[in-house]
Design a protein around this ligand. Structure first.
Ligand SMILES: [Zn+2]
Length: 322
């Protein structure tokens, strides 16, 4: 049989809440997209079985296309050994410890498998198809519940000696700061992670009479306040909300400025749920970065919002093969 050039790769975005699978071509088009709740499959075996079943169903649908599928890329929230396809541990899915995911999926589907952590995968997607196109050196940040980072150096994803590079969320910002989930103190994530950011805002609202626009947008319910509402309030001129984003930008900007001085990247791409805040975040962030960077790296670096939307995990996972 004539060998057809690999045209498609499966991309799997295995998240704590939702798992997404799609077939991705070399232009980042996504076909046969499937999304399901990760929670619905409450054991490792059930979840793996469901993934394999979906992949095999897509392969069986079209025999010509089956020959054009070159492999399965997987992005997971957790610690991964990229070299041998071993998942050490998943952050939000219990029961996944030391799983040889690439061996298992290869056995069940006959396809080669590459696995990496979710932030590396998003970094690749933005580098190849998104806001980092054309860059040589790039930092990618994902701002959400956690704060993640990925690094492209001289056109290649930089993974570090034991594949854990990019953990910017645990950049120590304050030696006397509050305890972080990781066991350390005063990590960046402990200040700008989604929940910590919101709770800082709530505390301020308690001790001042400010933040009326935030509360109004949350329909009077403190429990409904989230980063999106705080961003909207800032856009409408709420001073407490604007100050909160300025503090956020200061904490993130200091770390980022240090990294820019150190690495001299062309571009910093910022994604994740909290990047949707837009102007209230990006305006002060650019100012802080400008103030704390050296002339040359500070003048050349571009700070951009991530471009790819919710398919970035699928596209990036498939991109492990590109
Ligand atoms: Zn930490």
């Amino acid at each position: 049989m004539k060998k057809v050039r690999d045209k498609y790769y499966f991309g799997i975005d295995l998240g704590g809440t939702v798992t997404k699978i799609g077939l991705v071509d070399r232009k980042s088009n996504v076909f046969e997209k499937i999304t399901f709740s990760t929670f619905a499959y409450n054991s490792k075996q059930k979840l793996l079985h469901h993934i394999v079943k979906n992949i095999n169903e897509v392969l069986q649908k079209d025999s010509k296309r089956k020959r054009q599928v070159g492999g399965i890329g997987l992005g997971v929230a957790g610690l991964v050994n990229f070299e041998n396809g071993l998942i050490y541990k998943l952050t939000n899915i219990p029961g996944w410890k030391n799983v040889r995911i690439s061996k298992i999926l290869k056995k069940e589907t006959g396809l080669p498998v590459l696995v990496d952590n979710d932030v590396n995968v998003v970094t690749l997607a933005e580098f190849i198809f998104g806001a980092g196109r054309g860059a040589r050196n790039m930092i990618c940040l994902t701002l959400g519940t956690g704060v993640g980072g990925g690094l492209i150096i001289e056109g290649e994803l930089f993974r570090g000696s034991s594949y854990s590079a990019g953990e910017i969320g645990h950049f120590p910002l304050n030696a006397d700061g509050p305890r972080c989930n990781c066991g350390s103190y005063g990590c960046l994530e402990r200040y700008i992670g989604n929940r910590y950011f919101v709770s800082r805002v709530l505390e301020k609202m308690k001790i001042t009479s400010k933040g009326n626009k935030i509360l109004k947008l949350a329909q009077g319910k403190f429990s409904e306040i989230n980063p999106k509402i705080i961003a909207q309030a800032a856009q409408r001129g709420d001073s407490l909300a604007s100050e909160a984003w300025c503090e956020f930008a200061r904490d993130l900007g200091l770390v980022l400025a240090g990294l820019i001085n150190f690495l001299n990247p062309d571009v910093v791409v910022i994604g994740g749920g909290m990047a949707k805040a837009g102007k209230p975040l990006f305006e002060p962030l650019r100012k802080v970065v400008k103030k704390f960077t050296l002339g040359i790296p500070g003048n050349t670096v571009k700070i951009r919002k991530a471009q790819l939307k919710d398919e970035n995990g699928i596209i990036g996972a498939a991109s492990l093969f590109f």
